[in-house]
Design a protein around this ligand. Structure first.
Ligand code: FES
Length: 107
């Protein structure tokens, strides 16, 4: 199992991007003490979501936002509920938090 980072690397209501050993770019965000990870790829045009480093959330840090056309996604499910890809979803990445405080990729 590959350790991506520590839980302390991803503060509540913030997001951070990481590279996987397969070369994928993913991001992890924390909401109410739970961690959610997705591929950094917008389902609209298959481009990366952020213009600025680690800027994956909207201004209120409530939803995941694509910087290109402003699509909004629920943090917990990755589903787009507003924007050109409404009804589509971000690709979830399976992760697990271990007792050592690490966040691991599940293969
Ligand atoms: S590329 Fe993400 S909303 Fe268009």
């Amino acid at each position: 199992m590959f350790k991506i980072c520590d839980t302390t690397d991803v503060p509540e209501r913030e997001a951070r991007s990481f590279e996987t050993p397969d070369g994928d770019t993913i991001f992890i965000t924390q909401r109410d003490g739970r961690f959610f990870a997705y591929q950094n790829l917008c389902p609209h045009l298959q481009v990366e979501l952020e213009f600025l480093e680690n800027q994956f959330l909207d201004r209120d840090q409530e939803y995941i936002e694509c910087s290109t056309h402003g699509a909004l996604f629920f943090v917990e499910t990755g589903e787009c509920f507003s924007g050109p890809c409404q009804g589509q979803s971000l690709e979830k990445v399976d992760i697990e938090v271990h007792s050592d405080g690490g966040i691991y990729l599940i293969d």
